[in-house]
Design a protein around this ligand. Sequence first.
Ligand code: NAD
Ligand code: TYD
Length: 355
Amino acid sequence: MKKILITGGAGFIGSHVVRRFVNQYPDYHVFNLDALTYAGNLENLRDVEDASNYTFVKGDITDAAFLDALFAEHDFHGVIHLAAESHVDRSISDPLAFVVTNVLGTVNLLNAARKAWKGDLENHGATNRLFYHVSTDEVYGELHDPNEFFLETTRYDPRSPYSASKASSDHFVRAYHSTYKMPVVISNCSNNYGPNHFPEKLIPLMIHNIMQNKPLPVYGEGENVRDWLYVEDHARAIDVIFHKGRRGETYNIGGHNEWKNLDLVLLLCKIMDEKLGRPQGTSEQLITYVTDRAGHDLRYAIDATRLKTELGWEPSLQFAEGLEKTVDWYLTNQEWLTNVTSGNYQKYYEEMYGN
Ligand code: NAD
Ligand code: TYD
């Protein structure tokens, strides 16, 4: 049985990746390594927690000794690295936390893999191993020309502490490939949405606030553009890249689905009014224009041609369908929302796993 280590598997995207790998690959044993920060939630994985090919490991990627011991105990065939601090606004108020987790944590993980795979790296280039680093399109900075898209060759130009930390981690991953022949692959994905998204990010925050009749904070004039991809489509892309991606290569992943923030919030208001049986126009009255985010990137848009032509991946879900699935999930999982916003899970995990 091949052992696969997925980091950050209790988070939003990681939980969808873990579920996919546990269900699709009974011949893999999936280890989910997660520190269970505010963003990590084992409730996301209730449906697979008893699977015989799944093990949860509570641990912190900033702890190098812990990682070395874990890699010494288990002969991991592959690593899919998603653990990170992921929220731009938090990175603006506490940049160092992002350096520690996203940069130091990634280098610790690379070092642990390097030590454990030393023989393979020296002898045959470790073609039997893979270190897959999951990154973001935000490393490319922002776009102004509406005809431009991010390509894999676009120059890095990170503009927030979050994107700077992710860019730095991408550079380390590539450096380990050149220097130590670490077999790596990187993907840079656009904004994800879907079930289990922590309600500090735009879409779940708006759904949550509409449900609670709270103000809907739109930054600036709501003119910024994001390219939205359903989270299960991202998990499927990761699966394809993990199995077929070329070593040393980068793949952009995106939805070709650009929305101005204000238009997206208005659409969510319309859907929520329908679902909640409120007269049309009720929720949009909650929209409140607030001070813009510092250094707010104007537009992100991905060109995912390489992934399509080389590996045959395309998004499967139309936005209308994905958004409806997402809204329905939040409406039927209100207890999840209450728990993640009240810190109930944190208390539960502390009792179960210690601090
Ligand atoms: P998330 O914040 O929902 O989850 C992050 C997970 O990492 C959590 O479970 C958290 O507990 C864990 N974690 C944080 N610090 C840790 C540490 N020191 N040690 C171990 N675990 C730790 O994030 P997400 O939105 O699921 O993003 C996952 C990855 O995908 C990140 O690397 C992010 O940069 C990347 N990404 C996200 C998006 C997006 O739209 N959300 C888009 C492209 C790329
Ligand atoms: P976010 O979900 O934080 O993702 P990212 O900044 O990584 O793209 O934000 C998506 C967009 O929505 C971004 O342009 C900022 C904007 N935004 C708001 O207007 N209001 C909000 O309350 C939040 C969280 C985001």
